[in-house]
Design a protein around this ligand. Structure first.
Ligand SMILES: Nc1ncnc2c1ncn2[C@@H]1O[C@H](COP(=O)(O)OP(=O)(O)OP(=O)(O)O)[C@@H](O)[C@H]1O
Ligand SMILES: [Mg+2]
Length: 247
């Protein structure tokens, strides 16, 4: 895989002021994420996982430090520049799915394209394609309440991908699903990101979900305490084949 840094974070600190108390949510985070990497941020409750995801996604500013994504310096951007940045480069998958209840699956997936000036016919064609890729061709006209949790999250994945962003951020994407549905949904997320060469940064507190990632970043009290790389069966097979060729 190409090892080009897509996301670079240097000494990122985030302090929330609550009344007269400073909450140090990030205490100096340094991290590089390469294009195409499937990354997982793990750590116990309150360790700063969501804060890290939010500053990376341009939803919040860091208090100090630098965040550079695709050569763009997020820490220097105004709020309106951040909105444009997110529209162009970023997709989101949410724990609570965040689908619009009165819209069909197709309308939910097509919706983000309306901010990008895509014409209706093209919006619908792209949304259909994204839903088909999630195995939901028979559920295009279903509303969220007419779908299972796993199906709703597949609609959420299709919506995150429809505008073809470089990076997908996901905060506890399987947090509202039972364990077997979680496995299916996580496999779907990882497969689709890999096949399209997307970069995925997801947060979970579930170590089992982290096994699906290439790179597992553990955070504790606002600091990265370890970065580990998972070996997947496919990598092992590939290495074995290469080994045979050179013998
Ligand atoms: N908007 C906010 N205002 C004030 N403090 C906040 C805010 N958001 C987060 N914090 C604090 O920052 C710290 C890190 O919170 P964060 O939400 O990043 O944790 P987390 O690792 O995502 O936890 P969880 O697993 O429970 O979701 C916590 O002490 C939290 O109380
Ligand atoms: Mg969180």
């Amino acid at each position: 895989m190409e090892q080009a840094p897509l996301i670079e974070i240097r000494n990122a600190k985030k302090i929330y002021r609550v009344g007269s108390v400073d909450v140090h949510a990030l205490r100096g985070v340094d991290l590089t994420i390469n294009r195409g990497e499937i990354c997982c941020i793990i750590g116990r409750s309150g360790s700063g996982k969501s804060t890290l995801l939010n500053v990376l996604a341009g939803l919040e500013h860091v208090t100090s430090g630098e965040i550079v994504i695709a050569g763009k310096r997020l820490h220097k951007m105004t709020q309106s520049e951040l909105i444009l940045f997110r529209q162009k480069h970023v997709g989101f998958i949410f724990q609570a799915f965040n689908l619009m209840p009165y819209y069909t699956a197709l309308e939910n997936v097509a919706f983000p394209l309306s901010f990008r000036g895509v014409k209706k016919r093209r919006r619908n064609a792209l949304a259909k394609e994204a839903l088909k890729a999630m195995g939901l061709e028979t559920h295009m006209k279903h509303k969220p309440s007419e779908m299972s949790g796993g199906q709703q999250q597949r609609v959420g994945i299709a919506r995150a991908l429809v505008a073809d962003p470089d990076i997908i951020f996901a905060d506890e994407p399987t947090g509202n699903l039972d364990s077997s549905t979680s496995d299916d949904v996580m496999r779907t997320i990882v497969d689709v990101m890999r096949s399209r060469g997307k970069t995925l940064v997801m947060v979970t507190h579930d170590p089992h979900m982290a096994e699906f990632a290439d790179k597992v970043i553990q955070i504790l009290d606002g600091r990265i305490v370890s970065i580990e790389y998972n070996r997947h069966d496919a990598d092992v097979k590939e290495e074995a084949q290469q080994g045979e060729e050179t013998v």
